[in-house]
Design a protein around this ligand. Structure first.
Ligand code: ATP
Ligand code: LTN
Length: 331
């Protein structure tokens, strides 16, 4: 076993992944593969906190794994696996539930948002979602958790749970840190730029999906909501344009000054076209790789199986330590 620090992160297979997921999360993960021991999970158990069609969930689980690989994660260098394949996640989550307060969970903004959105299905899993997430992270003693900014509150809670457990017993868990990308930690909706771009948005023009074809990507950017001005610059009064600048910068590496200079005197039409074409070009190789991976299910199954074996090795050790500390009789 290496003595590199560990990284853990995950994405729910709950819909088509957006460029928000890509820029804020997955595409940054490959940078860690040489310096950390990286574990990336497809969190299917989190996905069922919202109703899922079973056949679709199964297909999206494969798709999410394929997107991890297509985005540059090498399955030899990273442990890639599916959450439900490693039962220790649920087992640790149960124990951690007993070290998490009702009040803490009630304050989670994601729970409040999702309760509003799915008012007919405010189930207990939706409420304890952050505890399962804490279990994901603590099971592997991950030091760093790369996520978009919306997940920071959950990571803070995972830290509190780890500290509480460590304080009650003795040093058991590594207390994890969140890692937010410098740029693009929160990509906003193209239709309502005050809202986060989300894979479950019901408005088809709000989100650009990683697997959208070229014409669709360009069309969605052309329709992006901006404002009545024409000048391209970043400002709190221009959330739509600012968001497009963030996306353009994420795909080109250009600074705000360079973008402002590039579109000086050109207007929004040219700017939106340039963003659309750049994003479409940037996503094309990911889509190609994705298509070839999806054509080989057996390969993906092999990656999952191998990943689950590697993950289980660590997970079993942590869980048995926890069971011992809380006083369960060993077998
Ligand atoms: P849902 O709409 O189903 O809640 P989501 O699009 O928010 O899903 P998640 O699976 O919850 O996606 O998140 C996966 C990762 O992508 C997380 O690290 C999250 O922080 C990041 N992420 C999600 N949306 C964005 C966004 N708009 N900008 C930046 N990062 C994002
Ligand atoms: N809740 C996360 C997905 C997730 C996760 C994790 C991320 C589940 N478990 C552990 C990082 C580490 C989200 O992105 N919505």
């Amino acid at each position: 076993m290496s003595d590199k620090k560990r990284i853990f992160s995950g994405v729910q297979p709950s819909g088509k992944l957006t460029i928000g997921n890509y820029i804020g999360s997955i595409r940054n993960w490959k940078e860690f593969q040489e310096t950390y021991e990286c574990i990336y999970c497809v969190v299917d158990m989190h996905a069922v906190t919202v109703r899922q069609d079973p056949a679709e969930l199964r297909r999206r689980t494969f798709e999410t794994l394929a997107l991890y690989i297509a985005s540059g994660l090498d399955p030899e260098k990273n442990t890639l696996f599916v959450q439900s394949h490693v039962p220790q996640h649920a087992q640790l989550a149960w124990v951690l539930n007993c070290y998490t307060m009702f009040g803490e969970l009630s304050r989670m903004t994601q729970f409040k948002d999702k309760s509003r959105k799915y008012e007919n299905n405010i189930n207990a899993g939706l409420f304890t979602y952050p505890v399962l997430m804490a279990a994901d992270i603590l099971l592997y003693n991950a030091a760093l958790v790369p996520v978009g900014v919306d997940q920071m509150q959950h990571i803070e809670l995972a830290r509190d749970i780890a500290n509480r457990f460590n304080g009650t017993y003795s040093e058991t868990f590594v207390v994890p840190e969140g890692f937010i990308p410098k740029a693009g930690a929160k990509i906003m909706s193209l239709a309502e730029p005050e809202k986060k771009m989300s894979k479950s948005d019901l408005n088809g023009n709000a989100s650009v999906f990683i697997l959208d074809d070229r014409d669709t990507v360009i069309r969605k950017f052309r329709r992006a909501v901006t404002d009545s001005d024409t000048a391209v610059y970043r400002s709190p009064e221009k959330p739509g344009v600012s968001n497009l600048m963030t996306i353009y910068s994420a795909f080109t590496g250009k600074t705000d000054e360079q973008i402002v200079a590039e579109f000086d005197g050109k207007g929004y039409g040219d700017f939106k076209n340039a963003v659309g074409e750049t994003v479409a070009d940037g996503l094309a190789p990911v889509r190609e790789k994705f298509d070839s991976l999806m054509a080989d299910k057996a390969y993906l199954e092999g990656v999952m199986k191998n990943g689950a074996e590697r993950a289980s090795f660590i997970a079993r050790k942590t869980l048995s330590k926890v069971y011992r500390k809380v006083g369960f009789v060993g077998q």
